[in-house]
Design a protein around this ligand. Structure first.
Ligand code: 13P
Ligand code: SF4
Length: 369
């Protein structure tokens, strides 16, 4: 999706890091309790140091829902800011410092293709038995679609609970249509004890998702053909190389990695889970080598903040999320100084009809988790 961020006004991109830090500190102090800065774990340090709260996408959505700040500046990506707008009150405003901070995975499912998929499914099976589940990494219109069709949102930290809930919704023949990340869907289905034969990949570019009627009818999970380009880079060979070099080392993977990688990992979980696993290993196994399969800014922060263990990326070639990386100190300074001046720039809003239906799906997630 194209969201064009205008170039920053003069003086931001050319400022020194020290100058930007002083400007952010001054703007933050001027705004006081009226402001809450939320930082996703993949943010750069120059941004994260200003966050009032850090979290994974689930934790940040819960914080946004509980916050009373007039301005919530979301240092993360667009779908997270949209969810924050849906979960905050009408007198609160959510700001994304760079409008080009999207998510390539979220863009792999759009409303037209999901509606087309639903219509095609209705031709061959009873859609009343299908519960649509969207990963948090999706546009608000898709969360609204799910809300209208009795489904829920999930994140990587609660996918198991949400899928368990979904499978109990429509009797023994319940199916789940899971989008946009096939890997999180597949990894969670395996965790729940399902087999490959219970899952089918739905390719939105092909008629009936590229499947035959029988496969659609028999599958318990229809997994949208989407992926995260950051996490899909990790390969089983990386695990094998790490194990050969560090016998006794620990591999921790995010569930957006392929099932081949997840099956070889010692621990699997959301960004919050990964952080708590490293904290635990530092206590229980000081000095152990830990290879982490997730975005590089989180891996580097873990390495810095936990010197008692040796933390490295599972992939020796670094692997940043280029859209998360768009949020920098210059953009943060700009939006904050505009707020101090009484101007809200880069506000993220979701229209009332979409927000109402999406809130149903988000609230179901919060209630089930
Ligand atoms: P978390 O749910 O772990 O925050 O992951 C969000 C994300 O975008 C991972 O790529
Ligand atoms: Fe999207 Fe992947 Fe970046 Fe997460 S890491 S925001 S899923 S592109």
């Amino acid at each position: 999706m194209l969201r064009l961020q205008a170039p920053l006004p003069d003086g931001y991109s050319t400022s020194t890091p020290e100058d930007l830090a002083a400007r952010i500190a001054a703007a933050k102090a001027a705004l006081g309790d009226r402001l809450m800065i939320l930082g996703h774990h993949y943010q750069r340090d120059e941004v994260m140091r200003w966050a009032d709260a850090r979290g994974d996408s689930f934790g940040l959505s819960r914080l946004a829902a509980r916050s009373h700040a007039e301005y919530v500046v979301f240092c993360g990506v667009h779908f997270m800011a949209e969810s924050a707008d849906i979960l905050t009150g009408p007198d609160q405003q959510v700001v994304l410092p760079d409008l080009n901070a999207g998510c390539s995975m979220a863009d792999m499912a759009d409303l037209d293709s999901v509606e087309e998929a639903w219509d095609s499914l209705a031709e061959v099976t009873d859609v009343e038995t299908i519960v649509p589940i969207t990963y948090m990494n999706s546009a608000a219109v898709l969360k609204a679609f799910v809300g209208r069709h009795g489904g829920a949102v999930c994140t990587s930290s609660n996918a198991r609970k949400i899928l368990t809930w979904a499978l109990g919704q429509r009797g023994p023949d319940t199916k789940v249509l899971f989008f946009p990340d096939q890997h999180l869907g597949r990894n969670t289905a395996y965790q729940l004890g399902y087999a490959e034969a219970d899952m089918a990949v739905w390719d939105p570019r092909r008629a009936l998702g590229g499947l035959d009627e029988r496969t659609v009818k028999e599958a318990r999970f229809l997994l949208w053909k989407g992926h995260c380009s950051v996490h899909q880079r990790f390969r089983p060979a990386h695990v094998e190389e790490f194990r050969a070099a560090h016998p006794g080392g620990v591999v921790i993977a995010h569930p957006e990695c392929s099932h081949e990688v997840v099956a070889l990992a010692d621990e699997v979980g959301s960004t919050d889970y990964i952080i708590s696993a490293v904290e635990r290993l530092e206590q229980e196994r000081p000095g152990v080598d830990v290879a982490v399969a997730t975005e590089i800014h989180l891996v580097q922060r873990l390495a810095h903040e936990h010197p008692g263990v040796q933390v490295d990326s599972l992939d020796p070639l670094i692997c940043p999320c280029s859209t998360m990386f768009r949020i920098d100190a210059a953009h943060l300074a700009w939006v904050l100084e505009e707020l101090v001046g009484g101007r809200v720039v880069n506000r993220i809003t979701v229209d009332d009809a979409t927000a109402g239906a999406a809130r149903v799906a988000l609230q179901r997630m919060l209630d089930i988790s």
